[in-house]
Design a protein around this ligand. Structure first.
Ligand code: PMT
Length: 222
């Protein structure tokens, strides 16, 4: 695999939507199918990297040659990312991570008693922000799923989470975001807009993102 753009590099990709337990049979999650993350893992593998995919709540078959670690909650995903962290060269955070979880997961199924039921939620750790603060050699690629003010919110996340690249999708656009086989994104770096891409399949987009990262790794020949 020598000669490939990501030969000798370790790429960790997160995919899917985290699951935050309410009780043994119920949970809070979101519409992420895992397609974007799985496409990125496949592209990284084909570009020569050693790939670990941290996958939450997805039915997709793992790409050939990729090590898959199944996780459930945001906390699980954080711990799994941390376990890979020290020798990670590129971390791609395509997962849709729940910002909040139920304060306590009941060990028994909640019974239907009152007319209303209040769930108290507490904030989850922000995985990307936490790792962004402690990065050394790691190249961090964040995603942003937005419904408004795409550029402003994307640049704010890029800076706050100390990302090298940020891939922003306006999930209200046709063919973009959750569940689709395609995506429509802008890519930003700390200096601003890098690329405004047309509608691409998630598979094609996976290659675009990782080729861009490969060109920007320390020691890459431009
Ligand atoms: O899986 P698919 O169906 O193919 O859909 C793809 C996608 C829409 C999920 C994907 O393209 C995408 O946009 N993923 C990020 C979704 C998201 O949670 O965005 P956000 O703006 O809430 O978070 C910003 C970034 O911080 C993301 O990289 C996210 O992984 C990360 N994050 C967020 C919250 C948190 N607690 N920890 C995090 O690390």
């Amino acid at each position: 695999r020598e000669g490939l753009p990501l030969a000798g590099k370790k790429v960790v990709v997160t995919a899917g939507g985290t699951v935050e337990r309410i009780d043994p049979v119920r949970y809070i999650s979101n519409d992420s199918s895992g397609k974007m993350g799985f496409a990125l893992a496949k592209a990284a593998q084909e570009l020569g990297a050693e790939v670990t995919l941290l996958a939450a709540n997805t039915q997709l078959a793992p790409p050939a040659g990729v090590r898959v670690v199944s996780v459930e909650s945001a906390q699980d995903m954080y711990e799994a990312a941390l376990a890979e962290w020290s020798d990670t060269d590129i971390l791609v955070k395509a997962a849709a991570v729940a910002d909040y979880r139920p304060k306590s997961a009941e060990t028994q199924k909640i019974k239907k008693t009152g007319d209303t039921l209040t769930l108290e939620l507490v904030k989850n750790i922000d995985i990307l922000e936490t790792l962004g603060k402690q990065k050394t050699k790691q190249f961090l690629i964040g995603f942003a799923a937005e419904t408004n003010d795409l550029e402003k919110n994307a640049l704010d996340k890029l800076k706050r989470k100390n990302c090298d690249l940020l891939v922003a999708n306006d999930v209200t656009r046709e063919g973009a975001g959750f569940g689709t086989d395609t995506n429509l994104v802008n890519i930003y770096d700390q200096a601003g807009l890098v690329q405004s891409l047309p509608l691409l399949s998630k598979e094609e987009l996976g290659f675009v993102i990782l080729e861009l990262a490969a060109q920007r790794l320390p020691g890459a020949s431009k």
